[in-house]
Design a protein. Structure first.
Length: 333
């Protein structure tokens, strides 16, 4: 791994000049700044975030990386909780833009250039290098739905497995025996543990596992719609569909309606999250409620503890769930 000395030699400047560029000092010419940044890029130099923080102290800024669009109702509610917690904290929130598919992108360099005190990361799977880079750099970080921990990193997630297990019990008690599962990417802890809850439910109620009853798509409405279209083509289609997000569930319900069928008359549908629209769609959506606003608040409170207390043990937090039964589930025909 390149050092700051390597960068200085490559750019033909002093180590002090490189440090000034990294720390955004104004007494460096634009020509020199470009030359140093180019050397940093070519050598893939990663500034030492912890050491830099000791020099500059706190910036009172929390960074956030989101791998989901801001119009997603889960993200909107999460951000509301975060903003509430930040309001009385003295910290500001900075949304960092990133190309998650760019192999040249360095989250550590990005955090260093913005001088953030800590990071919140949501919607980035463990197979992406960004979470592990943050853990290795020991920048105070809280992950939402990414189960990674480190010396300065913790995470928060809902009780996903039990949430889906509760759904399976509800559907079984109604009389459903042909239950499908529609999810986004299983590399996220939410997708993976909810799938585990589905499998556990099948075993618990002695129901067979059918691979064609499992549809993995995108965590959005289009993903749910496309998944349900595939399920409707099956010769022995399911009587109930468990979705791992409310947004996917809405897509599933639209696909059922477009096929000339009804919810819950022909297919019962269950979501996850209990976002704002779950109670106003027709029929009302049966869903697993997690307190998304509380998750936003808690993730900020815990991150500030990590920032301000070097000896604070990174937390692993599990948000409780509750099944909200509405009109989208009924006994099968």
């Amino acid at each position: 791994m390149a050092s700051i000395t390597d960068v200085a030699k490559h750019a033909g400047v002093s180590v002090t000049t490189v440090s000034k560029v990294i720390n955004n000092y104004t007494d460096v010419s634009e020509k020199t700044r470009k030359k140093v940044n180019e050397s940093i890029r070519l050598l893939r130099y990663e500034p030492n975030v912890v050491a830099r923080g000791l020099v500059k102290k706190r910036s009172w800024t929390i960074g956030i990386l989101l791998h989901n669009i801001m119009t997603n109702p889960f993200v909107s509610e999460l951000m509301s909780g975060m903003q509430k917690a930040l309001a009385s904290s003295g910290y500001d929130l900075l949304h960092l833009s990133a190309d998650f598919n760019d192999p040249e992108y360095s989250v550590i360099r990005h955090c260093s250039s913005r001088n953030v005190d800590g990071m919140v990361v949501f919607g980035v799977g463990r197979d992406n290098k960004i979470p592990m880079d943050l853990v290795k750099a020991e920048l105070p970080t809280m992950f939402v739905d990414t189960d990674l921990i480190g010396r300065r990193a913790g995470y928060i997630t809902a009780d996903n497995r039990n949430g889906i297990l509760t759904v399976m019990e509800h559907l079984y008690d109604l009389g459903h025996r042909k239950i499908a599962f529609v999810s986004g990417y299983l590399g996220y802890v939410a997708g993976r543990t909810r799938f585990e809850g589905y499998q556990q439910g099948l075993r618990q109620f002695q129901l067979p596992y059918y691979s064609n009853y499992v549809e993995i798509s995108n965590f959005d409405m289009a993903g749910g719609y496309n998944a349900m279209q595939n399920l409707l083509k099956l010769p022995d289609r399911p009587t109930a569909v468990v979705c791992t997000s409310d947004v996917m569930a809405l897509g599933v319900m639209n696909a059922v309606a477009d096929a000339g069928l009804s919810v819950p008359g022909d297919v019962s549908v269950v979501g996850f999250d209990n976002t704002a629209f779950a109670s106003i769609v027709k029929p009302g959506l049966t869903t697993v409620s997690q307190n998304i606003f509380s998750i936003g608040e808690r993730v900020i409170h815990q991150l500030i503890e990590l920032v301000e207390n070097p000896d604070y043990s990174p937390p692993v937090l599990v948000e409780p769930i509750e099944l909200i039964i509405r009109e989208s589930t009924s006994v099968p025909r």
